[in-house]
Design a protein around this ligand. Structure first.
Ligand code: PLP
Length: 399
């Protein structure tokens, strides 16, 4: 069957495609050290599962309001109040099947053909294609490693045009782990205050997987004058190891949330009732799981950063949050593998790692970061240690 133009404009997510490739290789009997994983390697906490079972037994198995159950909305409002001192009305909260769906609907609700969305690179793979699928034009702004992979006020100012509708700020970011400080958000806000037509989509899905002392700051709280045009998105997938439950949310201007709810009402009607009960329990229940998993992630982060930086030819910066490292492999470009093929780019490098060492990573160009590759430390220390040992021999074999 012929597909619509909007589908032909986009491609399947490279991380999903990488996961699929790893599954195929495993099913063929290969043992792969998989560093592509974009989700926690922990199980959902017991009390969250128990809340879901309770909800099922209590008959919470029907459609819910389009914008989520009152219990979940209140849990979301509570989190924003506690964490950032932000007050939000019920009508400002949209709940969807993951932050991904909420972001997609926000773009669908606001973009007309030719509208531009500023996407700082390195970026989460889905933003540019979500913009394209909704008739917009992604304007990718390179944010080099020397700038901490972060958008500067100068680069932001230079990228804004008459057609700019949104700026996406993912903090802490995937794939870099970089997060904006309060001062940096404040400086970006000063530019945005001069451009009242430009809205900001903050993607804060990794805000709790966080390694600095002070809490991760949020633009809406840092500059209240922008509150009317910040759409803050988040979810339970990463923090509570709930990727399969598919609950995310967005908080922002009422008219935007109303539009999202209208789209939601004509697409999925509402997110899963049972998952909403689980998400409410995750947000309001004990947070020891988060503290414990962050402690484990931090130990892995520190060990892996050191192992990578000890490998001649590779380097990485220390992430502030999330569970990814973006590794610089520019020194390997132009070198030859033992079988005589030339590494022309990061995709060749990732393929070389997979074929010669059975280490699966995602090449940086997928994130708008050529010359890099992403590894996830949401996997065991044993796997990370062995993978780094193989990375070292793979690099040493290049000539
Ligand atoms: N935003 C970023 C930056 C992500 O990395 C991901 C998941 O990989 C998401 C959003 C999607 O999260 P959810 O599972 O809530 O759809």
């Amino acid at each position: 069957m012929d597909t619509a133009e909007r589908v032909r404009r986009i491609k399947p997510s490279p991380s999903t495609a990488a996961a699929q490739r790893v599954r195929e290789l495993k099913s063929q009997g290969f043992t792969i050290l998989d560093l592509t994983v974009g989700e926690p390697d922990f199980d959902t906490p017991g009390h969250v599962k128990a809340a879901a079972i309770e909800a099922i037994e209590a008959g919470e198995t029907k459609y819910t309001p389009v914008n989520g159950t009152p219990r979940l909305r209140s849990a979301i409002a509570g989190k924003l109040r506690e964490r950032h001192g932000l007050e939000c009305a019920d009508a400002q909260i949209a709940v969807g099947g993951g932050a991904k769906q909420v972001i997609f609907l926000a773009l669908m609700a606001t973009l007309d053909e030719g509208d531009e969305v500023i996407v700082p690179a390195p970026y989460w793979v889905s933003y540019p294609d979500m913009v394209r699928a909704n008739d917009g034009t992604p304007v990718v702004v390179d944010c080099p490693e020397a700038d901490g992979f972060k958008l500067t006020p100068e680069r932001l100012g230079a990228a804004i045009t008459e057609r700019t509708r949104w700026v996406v700020l993912n903090t802490p970011g995937n794939p870099t782990g970089s997060a904006y400080t309060t001062g940096e958000l404040h400086a970006l806000a000063q530019v945005l205050l001069d451009h009242p037509r430009v809205s900001v989509l903050t993607d804060e899905i990794y805000d709790e997987i966080w390694y600095r002392d002070e809490d991760a700051p949020s633009l809406a709280a840092v500059e209240p004058r922008l509150a009317e045009r910040v759409f803050l998105t988040n979810g339970v997938s990463k923090t509570y190891a709930m990727t399969g439950w598919r609950i995310g949310y967005g908080v922002g201007p009422k008219d935007l949330v109303t539009a999202i709810n209208t789209l939601q009402s004509q697409t999925s009607s509402c997110p899963s009732s049972v998952s909403q009960a689980a998400a409410a329990a995750a947000l309001t229940g004990p947070q020891d799981f988060v503290r414990e998993t962050v402690r484990v992630y931090r130990a892995r982060r520190d060990a892996t950063v050191k192992l990578i930086n000890d490998i001649p030819g590779l380097s990485c910066t220390v992430p502030d949050g999330g569970f990814y490292l973006l590794v610089n492999c520019q020194d390997s470009m132009g070198q030859f593998t033992p079988s005589g093929s030339r590494i022309q780019n990061d995709e060749d490098f990732a393929r070389y790692l997979l074929d010669s060492r059975q280490v699966a990573v995602i090449h940086g160009a997928a994130y708008g970061a050529p010359g890099y590759f992403r590894i996830s430390f949401a996997t065991s220390t044993d796997v990370l240690t062995e993978a780094c040992a193989r990375l070292a021999t793979a690099c040493a074999d290049l000539t």
